[in-house]
Design a protein around this ligand. Structure first.
Ligand SMILES: [Zn+2]
Ligand SMILES: [Zn+2]
Length: 274
């Protein structure tokens, strides 16, 4: 029960990230910031919906693994040591995250789901959970489906899930961290903060979850030297309470809008970069 609601993980992340954000803050920001209660609702209510979606995704992937995957591929993956599997799992999983995330940005109906995550205006570690359950399920489908379908070991996939969940808190945390030369390989907090920036040049950039190299490879990186993002969020008004955010994509689809939030943002004049 505790796992489903994530109470122990929440307390652990709180004990780790609140002091780190106090010591290495990228921007002055209160602990009890705007939207904190909404994020708590995402933290404690989203779990069971995500669990149902992820179980369905994994079940379908296992069916594919057992019925379609050639035996030679299964045996080759089975024969790999844990460490090699873990590295491959991170590379394949994050490639899935990259393309799923990019699709969530460019397909208008998908963007209405993902806009919920981008509605956060005061970014900190807890913003990691501010995601529509369908958004999380799509992301998990993009990353976990190929991993289970290919038949990687549960230890290797489990390692990836654990590392990714901590990485999600870290990249949203309000900390000054840019990783220096490692920025070409790994996603830092600075890298993902730019992804949330409402500045026009930064929109639809930096899609990777862990491996920033994919953004360099696919030409979607935005990491201007010596600058940091100043404002976050989307330009169109978004609801601020949990239930309204849950129904937001459905209302947006039903209203059959001609313009999507991110396209509407693009029509606005570019702000000065000072
Ligand atoms: Zn995004
Ligand atoms: Zn984010």
């Amino acid at each position: 029960m505790d796992e489903l609601f994530g109470l122990s993980r929440f307390l652990l992340t709180l004990l780790i990230f609140v002091p780190i954000e106090r010591l290495f803050a990228a921007r002055p920001q209160k602990i009890f910031r705007r939207g904190l209660l909404t994020d708590m609702a995402f933290q404690f209510v989203n779990g069971w919906m995500i669990m149902i979606g992820v179980i369905a995704v994994v079940a379908m992937a296992i069916v594919i693994n057992r019925s379609v995957l050639p035996l030679a591929v299964k045996q080759a993956i089975d024969g790999l040591p844990y460490l090699v599997q873990a590295v491959l799992v991170i590379l394949i999983g994050d490639l899935g995250v990259y393309w799923t995330h990019r699709i969530l940005h460019v397909v208008p109906a998908m963007w209405q789901i993902h806009a919920v995550h981008h509605a956060v205006e005061e970014l900190d570690w807890l913003a990691a959970v501010h995601q529509h359950p369908l958004d999380v399920i799509f992301m998990k489908a993009g990353s976990l489906f190929p991993l289970f379908a290919l038949g990687f070991s549960t230890e290797a996939i489990g390692t990836y899930i654990l590392v990714y969940s901590w990485q999600a808190y870290l990249v949203h945390a309000n900390v000054r961290l840019n990783y220096g030369l490692l920025r070409y390989v790994l996603v830092s907090p600075e890298f993902h903060h730019w992804h949330h920036s409402s500045e026009k040049e930064a929109r639809d950039k930096n899609f990777a979850g862990m491996i920033s190299f994919y953004d360099w490879l696919f030409g979607s990186v935005y990491l201007p030297k010596g600058q940091k993002p100043k404002t976050f969020g989307v330009d169109n008004p978004m609801p601020s309470n949990y239930l309204a955010l849950l129904v937001y994509p459905f209302i947006a689809w039903a209203s059959n809008k001609k313009t999507t939030p991110n396209r509407a943002r693009d029509e606005r004049p570019t702000r000065c970069a000072d």
